[in-house]
Design a protein around this ligand. Structure first.
Ligand SMILES: [Zn+2]
Ligand SMILES: [Zn+2]
Length: 748
């Protein structure tokens, strides 16, 4: 057998290239595909990952040697490695960049295990202190300090007692007068949580049926994609929790993806009570230490279940048998920036396929794509049609805002009479209310009554949002802020108007109207601080908040028995965005938030949706809770316009500071891509709906291939691979960057 002497190594660069290194004799036994190695690169040392090993190389230049291999507890699971490679290919992202985002340890160095040392006085120490004869005053001081405390203390906290706490404690420890112990500072991410009470859940007949089907799929020990559709409150979580338990009983592991941090604490707590120490939590609010710690413990095999948001996809669980994607339609599963621009649901399906695992997608309002895949039999289909525990679905009412304004003569109307009356009733009965307004700030538009001035961000074609509490105009895209104007900056007029309603304004209005009511606002502005989310939800569940007002972050996953009313302040906020998914999004949001009401049998719920467009198909379908009808309608529409699931889409977005150059590059790209094969359509170049963001002009091209023609789904990928110069994929040209977005979730 020929000797393996060369390794192809990828580095965390925006380059498709891999680099050849010689493996020195002493490392040949340990270097494998997937090993982390330290190599010389451009006069410095870099860490890369070995992608392949060879006994010869066609490379004729000077070949440098691998310097060292980093010791990992073990290599990555093969299904994870395969998924990482797939993401690199499918989303046109250099492998090095995928690895960079997938591996939380980073390339640079292994996470330092951070420990703190605890110290406690021993019985011998107490005796020594009682009969102190030594001279060392520092030792005596430390012992006295420790004597006053019953629990072990951090050595660092002794800094007030002595200048060298560690040295003193070590000396005391050699005499057995104190006991030292190490505690990992990795900080269990669960430490903020109060464990949920163990609930004995008896499944309904319908749930039993679905669970049995899921278990049968698990028993097949192969890739089975399933779409579990269940109305809100039907107990989907309980199903996948028990399915995961089944997997663990068989010695396998389960990965549970949930869309948002808002959802994570509640779901994670249920998992914690079901799996105790076997479950790890993974989401974007973990500190780098917590993340690195969790990753390392996972590689060591400490956990069998991971619950987390998008990037939990990369959790190195072994023997994966079940992958759950909860609320699979959620936009937050799509990573937009930086690359890789992957969709965690689709990548999760890929990982399940490589692992031979069951992929369980769940939703009350699936994405149109998944609904369609289940419809044509590509996914198995399971359904829960009843609410759990005999609860009935809320009664949904539409309120026509236009008519309300006409009838009341109040053109500044925020909450209509029917909604106000319903809120007051709930407050009288000590029940709770959820109010959705999917816009933060006070008012989204600020302008002058005497001239044509409107406050727009100077860096984006986006209007400033007025934030009253901060007295600022804020751009929600680039974060630019300006002091809010007292007079018109253009004509000096004092008649500044505000248009539109944000959560701040609803809050102010309600506080004026219902003083003393427990009201909390939950949006990005009130939840920036670590743990804020969790605190608000806990206060709400403990009944210390009567009305929870918020953006879409309150629309999903919340399950509070005492909530009997959901109000949607304006159901139309996303309806007219120039994006083919806006109808789908509106339907999902309104349907989902309505489902927060009436989660228990003895407390039926009601949802009141205020809208300017009561005749709109998406709003009407959501109000009727008629999902099937909505999907049929939207599928017909997508088919006619050749949008997914009837086509594949790749968006090429060009961005740069110089408008002319951006257009030139987009036109040039069009010329590379044409002429087109049959079945491929190329739209554009055209200005993106957000024409300029962060000083960058935005122009896009949209590639579509019809599924009927493009059966293998490779047509568009082949076109890009064959026609687009590699350098365009790796870096910008003349200050213009091209972003490839495969299966874009938004065309804005
Ligand atoms: Zn003016
Ligand atoms: Zn801006």
């Amino acid at each position: 057998m020929a000797l393996i002497v060369y390794a192809q190594v990828v580095l965390p660069l925006s380059s498709y290239k891999s680099f050849t290194y010689r493996i020195p004799a002493e490392l040949r036994q340990v270097v494998r595909a997937g090993s982390f190695v330290s190599v010389p690169f451009r006069q410095r040392s870099a860490t890369g990952v070995v992608v392949s090993l060879h006994h010869e190389t066609p490379f004729k230049g000077k070949i440098k040697s691998v310097r060292a291999v980093r010791e990992e507890p073990t290599a990555l699971p093969h299904d994870l490695w395969a998924t990482i490679e797939w993401i690199s290919r499918y989303y046109f992202t250099p492998l090095g960049l995928v690895l960079k985002s997938a591996l939380p340890l980073g390339f640079s160095k292994p996470a330092a295990q951070r420990y703190e040392t605890l110290v406690a006085i021993t019985e011998a120490g107490r005796e020594a202190l009682a009969d102190w004869r030594g001279h060392a005053p520092a030792q005596k001081g430390v012992l006295e300090w420790l004597l006053a405390r019953s629990a072990p203390s951090s050595v660092d906290s002794l800094a007030d007692v002595t200048a060298q706490p560690m040295a003193v404690c070590r000396r005391l420890a050699t005499r057995d007068w104190v006991r030292l112990e190490q505690r990992s500072l990795a900080a269990d991410p669960f430490r903020l949580m109060t464990p949920a009470a163990q609930e004995q859940v008896t499944l309904t007949e319908e749930q039993e049926g679905v669970l049995t089907a899921a278990k049968q799929a698990i028993a097949r020990k192969e890739f089975v994609p399933i779409l579990l559709r269940g109305v809100t409150g039907s107990g989907k979580t309980e199903i996948y929790l028990q399915a995961a338990q089944e997997v663990l009983r068989q010695g396998g592991a389960a990965l549970v993806l949930v869309p948002e941090i808002a959802l994570t604490p509640q779901v994670a707590q249920r998992f914690r009570s079901a799996f105790d120490q076997q479950v790890a939590l993974w989401h974007s609010h973990l500190s780098p230490q917590e993340r690195a710690w969790t990753w390392q413990e996972l590689l060591k095999g400490r956990f069998s279940v991971v619950v987390g948001a998008r990037s939990a996809l990369f959790a190195p669980l072994r023997n994966l048998r079940l992958v759950v994607v909860d609320e699979e339609q959620e936009g937050s599963y799509k990573q937009e920036d930086p690359a890789p621009r992957y969709h965690a649901r689709d990548a999760a399906l890929m990982r399940a396929k490589r692992a031979g695992a069951v992929a369980l997608l769940t939703s009350a309002t699936p994405s149109v794509e998944s609904y369609y895949n289940a419809l044509i039999g590509r996914y198995d289909r399971l359904e829960l049609t009843e609410r759990f525990g005999g609860a009935v679905y809320p009664h949904v009412r539409l309120v026509d805002l236009k008519a309300e304004r006409r009838n009341t003569g109040n053109y500044q109307l925020i909450l209509s009479n029917p909604l106000l009356k319903a809120i007051e009733e709930r407050l009288d009965r000590k029940e709770q209310v959820i109010l959705l307004q999917n816009r933060r700030g006070f008012a989204p538009i600020v302008g002058c009554n005497d001239c044509d001035y409107t406050a727009d961000c100077p860096h984006c074609t986006v209007s400033f949002t007025y934030h009253k509490s901060a007295r600022l105009l804020k751009c929600h895209y680039c974060g630019t802020t300006l002091p809010s104007p007292e007079v018109c900056p253009q004509c000096g007029s004092p008649y500044i108007y505000l248009h539109g309603i944000g959560t701040e304004q609803v809050e102010e209005y309600l506080r004026g109207l219902l003083p003393g009511v427990g009201l909390r606002r939950m949006d990005t502005d009130t939840t920036r601080r670590r743990g804020a989310h969790h605190r608000i939800l806990r206060e709400f569940s403990e009944g210390r908040i009567d009305i929870l007002l918020g953006t879409q972050m309150i629309a999903k996953g919340l399950d509070f028995a005492n909530v009997t009313l959901v109000g949607v302040v304006n159901g139309d906020t996303a309806l007219f965005l120039p994006d083919f998914r806006s109808g789908e999004r509106t339907f999902q949001l309104v349907y989902q938030v309505s489902g927060r009401a009436g989660r228990r049998r003895d407390k039926p719920g009601e949802a009141i949706i205020q809208t300017n467009h009561p005749e709109d198909a998406a709003i009407k379908a959501a109000a009727r809770l008629d999902a099937h009808r909505f999907y049929n309608q939207i599928l017909a529409e997508r088919q006619e316009l050749l949008y997914p699931p009837f086509s594949r889409l790749i968006r090429l977005l060009f961005q740069g500071k110089d408008q002319e150059k951006v257009w030139d590059r987009a036109r040039e790209m069009r010329s590379f891509l044409t002429p087109l094969q049959k079945g491929i359509h190329l739209l554009g170049p055209a200005s993106a709906p957000y024409e300029r963001l962060r000083d960058n002009w935005r122009v896009h091209l949209l590639l579509k291939s019809s599924r009927e023609v493009d059966l293998g789904g490779q047509q568009l990928h082949r076109l890009i691979t064959n026609r687009v110069p590699r350098s365009w994929l790796e870096r910008g040209h003349q200050g213009v960057r091209m972003k490839i977005d495969v299966d874009p979730v938004s065309l804005l």
